[in-house]
Design a protein around this ligand. Structure first.
Ligand SMILES: Nc1ncnc2c1ncn2[C@@H]1O[C@H](COP(=O)(O)O)[C@@H](O)[C@H]1OP(=O)(O)O
Ligand SMILES: [Mg+2]
Ligand SMILES: [Mg+2]
Ligand SMILES: [Mg+2]
Length: 315
């Protein structure tokens, strides 16, 4: 994750992001009326799904490094499968391990884990839209580990951590493993005298807003990236991350969910149920996102989302 973060910074300082708009399949039935199609376009669906040279190169670095060491583990990356002939520069292939984590005792629930039980979900650059706009601390590299469908391990690397105050921007790497704990940051609980929600800044719509209104927060923090929003929960800047939309995908939430839950928080869909991260699942988080910091009553908050709003997110 850290090597990928270096690639992200190198692409930015090289000056040519080589941005492309990814194609999105918006399925709309043929009988749909013109007004509805216009409203979809107005909401920006099918827009704002960008890919840059940094997304592509960071993914090649991560997948080459992991697949070399773990050839039998399924690895799914946001930017699609790489071609079998894809050679990556040798200094992009990282094989050493973090000695601090490797020296700890493995929780016994993973002692019998086989490679085929594991799926790694890779978001090489979360917050692409913000990256292209220079909101650099919203960018993270996300590597999530699912075992038997549950998100249990995660790494969140923030390449531009403190970039506005530090001369030599080294970034930071946070990790979590359910059953073992978390590292790379100081966990902080959110304030007790007000209720703060974080949500999207670049993918909002009417339903996203209605869900926030139902929860009646004192403050709303509109920031980019799924990883960055979960950082706000981990460090006590917000109580909940609520996104009543199907824009996020499994690679956006696997690592954040694992780190958050390793600390005692919770990340589910807006009905309060965990997603499966097994290898055959659909990529979209089609029932939205509802995450809470440690110590926040997740079920009570979820129950405040009105039924008619929940019905917009059927299974
Ligand atoms: N409609 C969408 N289309 C594509 N990606 C989305 C969409 N909505 C959310 N995402 C992904 O989820 C992340 C969090 O969303 P948001 O910042 O709007 O809260 C985004 O940075 C983006 O990940 P990525 O940047 O990796 O493509
Ligand atoms: Mg993307
Ligand atoms: Mg993402
Ligand atoms: Mg991404």
């Amino acid at each position: 994750a850290t090597r990928a973060g270096k690639i992200i910074k190198d692409v930015m300082s090289g000056g040519d992001l080589a941005i492309v708009q990814k194609r999105q399949s918006v399925s709309v039935s043929r009988s749909v009326c013109f007004n509805y199609m216009v409203s979809i376009l107005m909401q920006g669906l099918g827009h704002n799904d960008l890919q840059t040279e940094a997304d592509r190169s960071a993914q090649r670095c991560i997948i080459a490094s992991l697949s070399q060491q773990f050839p039998d583990v399924t690895i799914i990356g946001e930017e699609g499968p790489s071609s079998p002939t894809d050679e990556v520069p040798s200094d992009w292939v990282v094989t050493e391990s973090d000695q601090d984590i490797i020296s700890r005792e493995c929780p016994k629930e993973y002692g019998v884990t086989k490679p085929e039980d594991v799926v790694v979900w890779v978001d090489p650059l979360d917050g692409t839209s913000e990256y292209t706009q220079g909101l650099l601390d919203h960018v993270t590299v996300l590597i999530g580990i699912a075992v038997n469908g549950r998100a249990v391990g995660g790494v969140i690397h923030q390449p531009y951590y403190n970039y506005q105050t530090e001369k030599d921007v080294r970034g930071r790497t946070l990790w979590g493993l359910v059953g073992l704990g978390v590292g790379g940051f100081n966990p902080v609980d959110p304030p007790t005298d007000k209720f703060i929600i974080t949500t999207t800044r670049s993918h909002s719509d009417g339903i996203v807003v209605k869900a926030l209104e139902a929860l009646n927060p004192d403050e709303i923090l509109r920031v980019g990236g799924a990883g960055h929003k979960v950082l706000l929960l981990l460090e006590g800047k917000a109580h909940a991350y609520v996104f009543a939309s199907k824009g996020c995908k499994k690679w956006d939430t696997c690592a954040p969910e694992a780190v958050l839950e390793a600390l005692g928080g919770k990340l589910t869909d807006i009905h309060g149920n965990h997603y499966s991260y097994a290898k055959d699942v659909q990529f979209p988080d089609s029932q939205g996102i509802f995450a809470t910091a440690r110590g926040v009553d997740h079920a009570t908050l979820v129950s405040k989302i009105p039924q008619e709003l929940r019905e917009a997110f059927p299974y």
